[in-house]
Design a protein around this ligand. Structure first.
Ligand SMILES: C[S@@+](CC[C@H](N)C(=O)[O-])C[C@H]1O[C@@H](n2cnc3c(N)ncnc32)[C@H](O)[C@@H]1O
Length: 429
């Protein structure tokens, strides 16, 4: 259970000084009656464990897991043997259990933050979808190392090359990462060796802080470490066909290649209206479009597609991707997402045949964007998010602004981790 997500009630049974040996009974879940909430990493709902509280906050405590007294039937042996790495949180949990939890977490957020009724949530939230590639799926890893230090013997040493430790602002050495693709792991081995050799020779002695290594796999199997080199990803989806995306290795692009096609299909089918009803969209506006994943993939389905993105380099890539895939009806604009609603061509579109797709960063959308989106009033909004809490917050605004939630689809883009991708579909009431 990741920090901040495992809501548990503790039975106060103090043994000795401090809070050692407090028994935490997960079966009772969140106590809403004034009981105390304790966050314990590595626990599965339903388990009874013994933990040790190491920090008290105003409304909750953090505890370390000491022993599992009654394990869950969903408990499995983690594939990764590195103790304490903060990269994954759920490896001890069977994938079915992880996905069920992710679905339930989305439901809970939509009720608590989104203000939705329980019955409606049960009706619209789907089971979390994912692929069989639950290990070896990440095509991008960014391990770090601290500034090399001189040892007492006068030689240079680099310390761990890896990721942040769970609950600690320290690095842990990660020679191989089980969620990274095999190609990324081969490159990791090579790059680690290279860094260590340079450190020993004193070549990195002038560094005044640590560094982050980029490992980004191209769809041809090569792994790039230079942020500014172009790489490509072939995205295959039923509705979008086969689209080649080119982007700089250091720029944002979805990094679970096994899931991208399914994600694109879901977004396009909802954006177009291919989900059971009679209604069909003719125009799509892709806000927070990055290098054009949804806009370019949707080029063949809509009369006109518009994309907007604040990052200048991403917009250059989006334009390049529309051109190399010959999508002449897809136009991009650089700027804050809400500026799209001032565009003369966009203002002229028939709103009853328009879908706005939005895929903001984890912090969610801005009040200004939501206000202008509600004024624009497209027939449908398709909201992809990697922050289901901020998505639930924005859902409340959209519902209050005259939109009804039609469908919510959690997606497991990041198996073994707590991260949830989630797409919500809204219709104008
Ligand atoms: C989660 S990414 C999605 C990108 C794209 N939809 C994809 O799947 O590849 C969010 C994007 O929003 C962009 N962004 C962040 N704030 C923005 C803003 N205020 N206006 C427009 N774009 C923004 C980021 O640069 C990033 O490319």
């Amino acid at each position: 259970m990741p920090e901040g997500e495992g809501e548990v009630k503790k039975r106060r049974r103090r043994r000795g000084k401090g809070n050692e040996g407090i028994e935490i009974d997960k079966t009772e879940g969140l106590d809403k009656g004034g009981g105390w909430v304790v966050f314990v990493p590595g626990v599965i709902p339903g388990e009874t464990i013994t933990g040790r509280i190491y920090r008290n906050h105003l409304r909750y405590s953090d505890a370390d897991l000491l022993s599992i007294n009654l394990p869950s039937p969903d408990r499995v042996t983690p594939k990764c043997k590195i103790e304490g790495c903060g990269g994954c949180q759920y490896q001890h949990w069977d994938i079915g259990g992880q996905r069920k939890w992710k679905m339930n977490h989305v439901k809970e957020l939509m009720i608590r933050i989104g203000g939705m009724e329980e019955g409606k949530v049960e009706e619209v939230v789907r089971e979390c979808i994912g692929t069989e590639e639950v290990y070896g799926y990440r095509s991008k890893l960014t391990p770090h190392y601290d500034r090399p230090r001189k040892t007492e013997e006068g030689t240079w040493d680099v310390g761990p090359i890896g990721f942040q430790m769970r609950n600690l602002r320290r690095l842990i050495d990660v020679p191989q990462c089980v969620i990274g693709t095999p190609a990324v792991n081969r490159k990791l081995e090579e790059v680690r060796k290279d860094v260590k050799e340079k450190v020993v020779k004193g070549e990195l002695s002038k560094m005044n802080k640590g560094a982050t290594i980029l490992l980004r796999e191209d769809s041809n199997g090569d792994v790039e470490t230079d942020h500014n080199k172009y790489i490509s990803e072939n995205v295959v989806s039923e509705l979008g066909g086969e689209i080649k995306f080119e982007f700089k290795a250091g720029n944002f692009f979805q990094n679970n290649p096994f899931m991208i096609g399914r994600m694109v299909d879901y977004v396009l089918s909802k954006a177009k209206g291919l989900d059971g009803g009679e209604w069909r969209a003719e125009y799509m506006i892709d806000t927070y479009c990055g290098s054009g994943l949804f806009a370019v993939s949707g080029g063949g389905l809509f009369k006109e597609v518009y994309g907007i993105e604040v990052n200048e380099r991403a917009i250059e890539e989006a334009e390049r991707n529309a051109a190399i895939n010959e999508k002449t009806n897809v136009k991009f604009k650089m700027g804050e997402a809400e500026n799209i609603f001032n565009d003369e061509e966009v203002k002229g579109l028939d709103r009853s045949k328009t879908t706005v797709v939005m895929d903001p960063p984890r912090k969610g959308s801005s009040p200004s964007f939501l206000r202008q989106l509600l004024q624009y009033r497209p027939e449908r909004i398709v909201y992809m998010s990697c922050g289901p809490d901020t998505q639930a917050r924005d859902t409340k605004v959209l519902r209050e602004g005259g939109y009804e939630v039609r469908d919510i689809q959690p997606m497991d883009l990041f198996p073994q981790t707590r991260h949830i991708e989630c797409c919500a579909v809204f219709d104008r009431v």
